[in-house]
Design a protein around this ligand. Sequence first.
Ligand code: NAD
Length: 312
Amino acid sequence: MADRAGLEKGEERGVGGWSEHMVLPTYVRLHSYRPPTSDPRPLSCEESMSGKLDGRIAIVTAGGSGIGAATARRFAQEGASVVIADLSGKRAEEVTAGITTSGGKAVCLKMDAADPEGVHATIKLALDTYGRLDVMFNNAGAAEVALLDETSLESWNHVLAVTWTSTFLGMKYCLPIMRKQGKGAIINTASISGTGGDYGLSSYNAAKAGVINLTRSAALENAKHNIRINCVCPGAINTRAAQILGKERADEFRRLQGQAHPLGRMGEPEEIANTVLFLASDEASFITGAAIVVDGGVTAHTGLPDIRRLQR
Ligand SMILES: NC(=O)c1ccc[n+]([C@@H]2O[C@H](COP(=O)([O-])OP(=O)(O)OC[C@H]3O[C@@H](n4cnc5c(N)ncnc54)[C@H](O)[C@@H]3O)[C@@H](O)[C@H]2O)c1
């Protein structure tokens, strides 16, 4: 049974990336909303671009929605065959159908990225179907809003398992395959919430900071195997997470999130997908161990008030 936000029963938890502090502290200047200057809507696979991933095999976890779905579509447009893995089999199937009907190659499965069995099954599907694995996008994440002293151990463990342990498992199980192949690219979804603190998101902040530093260690250990490992740190992105966390005030939630970004809007999932595509492609051949911030300028700001206002 799906509700208004497209949620299936029991899915209210496990959303990623939304930072309560972006419902702004009063001293932060609000920016007026501006729509994206270019149209970030996905092209069909027939309108494919320049074949940046021609012949490559890619896994996308949490590929049934938002950033993962946009990235799966983008990978397919650029010639990759994609394995779409998601906790929601229904969403994974919908994204897969969209890709295959527009001329791309994709298969999918229902899995839990925090469960070693689920990760094993995903990699097995890639190998059984396509015979190799070139790109691993570890994208699952979960946020639960609570003050630290009110966070239950169960909630803490859940957020770390889906956000951090899933990244560890995804890398652990694909590395031996990529080493054997002599090449690979891994991209992990971190967040600007891994580069600073948020109000009410301590477990998410800790887990995303963990993703960033885990990316660095893994990059160092695997550089000699010709495997590049990077992470992407999105700002607030317009996905179903906004609907889930904003509930009946989702529109206001989106507006405030947009205003917190110097570019005057939230990011679109396709704008993160473009960055992940770049990191997966040979265009990023000298980039490893990097945390690429894609946040409309949020982290460019110290958070201090506009000094000109204080001088008036
Ligand atoms: N939306 C943002 O503002 C934002 C910002 C920074 C980082 N992120 C990160 O981006 C990633 C994707 O977030 P999104 O906003 O696109 O989310 P989304 O809610 O649009 O989609 C998340 C998908 O993940 C799936 N999922 C949830 N738990 C899973 C699990 N254990 N195993 C496999 N799949 C699972 C869900 O079924 C859903 O299809 C997350 O890691 C999130 O923390 C999001």
